[in-house]
Design a binder for this molecule. Structure first.
Ligand code: ADP
Length: 437
């Protein structure tokens, strides 16, 4: 009985065990299937939306970082419109930033193209902007932004002007002298309202050249008047003497008429040289460049002045190499320049002295020099003899003071240079350096 009982229990146990195992298996199968279904659903439905959300987030992040070219694509009803809105914002911001950048670049170009120095400062007087002209004028680097204006310019007048505009809103225009070179500056300082960090702006216009030209013009008028006054006074005195009776004395009359003639010649020479100088300076007399033989130029000039030198008791000679030396220049103008130097050398050399005219070449240059054993020029006057109307030895030469200015401008028109070396009492050497032709 007991055995039967055990057997029955065993069979029931087996049947129950089998039944439960089957159910668990089914449950496991169901769970597995639904997980796969959910995962598939997630992949099919949610994943694209997640990707659209991520793309939209990337656009938002890029906008926050100041990059406006990032775009998101989306057709999802929710995320798609978010992406479209962000894309539109990116496009608008991008266009706005481009427009601002362009405007800034144009303004910067405008300020840098200006020869006027422009500086902006904040309320505390620190530089917030300076253009290239300002950096040049104040000998500063453009990266001076952040440094105090006074530290950079080291000028209390200019600083006070900007401080008044930045702190008290005062607008002012003043002409001041600046720096060791004492340049004349017209400084205009204006306050800026609503300029953010820009509290005041100053513009410095350099008037030095204008003032120099003005003084050159005034000097020129006074020099011409002075040069004309002497011959005019001579002519007037001679004419009065003739009127008062000298006209009736043939010998005296001839002498006074000769005097009038000489003074008139002097005025004519002055006017002609002035016209010549202004033609060369203004470029109104165009140079006719050709290859000119410097040796032939020297020989011709010496020949032209031989009689004049003989009359003055001066030995005039040419020293030129056998081989031709070609200068790139205008033969007529070079002849005129060399002639002026030789005429001076003869004029300022005493009888018994000598004048040597030389042509030589080194590298790409040709040197034409005129050396004399004349009176020489004091050291402090040597730099000035090329100025218009400058006469180192007043009255001695009786010239106009324009000869060397003409030489200088002819040489400059040839992109060359002219210089003088001189020892007072021993003589001078004038040298023109010209490009080889
Ligand atoms: P100028 O008509 O007076 O000669 P220039 O311009 O030719 O005018 O010369 C200017 C001045 O330079 C002269 O007045 C003279 O004082 C000085 N000078 C020029 N050449 C010589 C020279 N060879 N020797 C000494 N002084 C010279």
């Amino acid at each position: 009985m007991a055995i039967v009982y055990v057997a029955v229990v065993g069979v029931v146990d087996l049947i129950v065990g089998l039944t439960i195992g089957h159910a668990a298996w089914q449950v496991a199968l169901a769970v597995g299937a639904s997980t796969v279904a959910v995962t598939l659903l997630t992949v099919v439905l949610v994943w694209p939306r997640l990707r659209q959300l991520e793309a939209a987030t990337n656009v938002a992040r890029a906008l926050a970082e100041g990059r406006f070219d990032e775009r998101a694509e989306g057709d999802d009803p929710q995320f798609g419109s978010l992406a479209a809105a962000l894309n539109a914002a990116g496009e608008r911001l991008g266009r706005m930033v481009d427009a601002l950048r362009l405007e800034r670049a144009q303004l910067e170009a405008l300020l840098n193209a200006s020869s006027d120095a422009t500086v902006a400062v904040d309320r505390g007087g620190a530089i917030v902007y300076m253009n290239e002209a300002a950096a040049q004028m104040f000998g500063a680097a453009r990266q001076e932004a952040g440094r105090a204006f006074i530290e950079v310019v080291r000028d209390h007048d200019l600083n006070a002007l900007l401080a008044a505009a930045a702190q008290r809103g005062e607008r002012s225009v003043r002409v001041v002298t600046y720096g060791p070179a004492q340049r004349w500056l017209q400084a205009t300082a204006v306050p800026i309202t609503g300029g953010g960090g820009w509290a005041a702006l100053a513009v410095f216009h350099d008037l030095t050249e204008v003032r120099r030209l003005d003084s050159v013009r005034r000097d020129f008028i006074s020099n011409v008047s002075h040069e004309l006054r002497t011959p005019l006074a001579g002519i007037r005195a001679a004419a009065e003497t003739l009127q008062e009776g000298a006209l009736r004395e043939p010998v005296a009359a001839a002498e006074f008429l000769g005097h009038i003639q000489r003074e008139a010649d002097r005025m004519t020479q002055l006017v002609e040289e002035l016209l010549e100088l202004s033609r060369i300076e203004s470029g109104a007399a165009p140079m006719r460049f050709a290859s000119v033989d410097a040796g032939a130029l020297v020989r011709d000039t010496v020949e032209r002045f031989t009689r004049q030198a003989e009359r003055a008791g001066i030995a005039l000679r040419a020293t030129v190499p056998d081989a031709p030396l070609h200068v790139a220049g205008d033969a007529e103008r070079l002849d005129q320049a060399l002639g002026n130097l030789v005429a001076n050398a003869i004029k300022f050399t005493l009888a018994g002295g000598e004048v040597e005219v030389t042509a030589a070449g080194t590298g790409g240059q040709i040197m034409l020099s005129v050396r004399d054993t004349g009176i020489g020029i004091e050291r402090e006057q040597q730099g000035r003899v090329f100025e218009r109307f400058y006469k180192a030895d007043q009255g001695r030469g009786g010239g106009t003071g324009l000869g060397l200015a003409i030489v200088k401008h002819i040489v400059l028109a040839h992109e060359g240079s002219v210089s003088v070396e001189s020892r007072p009492g021993h003589g001078s050497t004038f040298t023109m350096v010209l490009p080889r032709g």
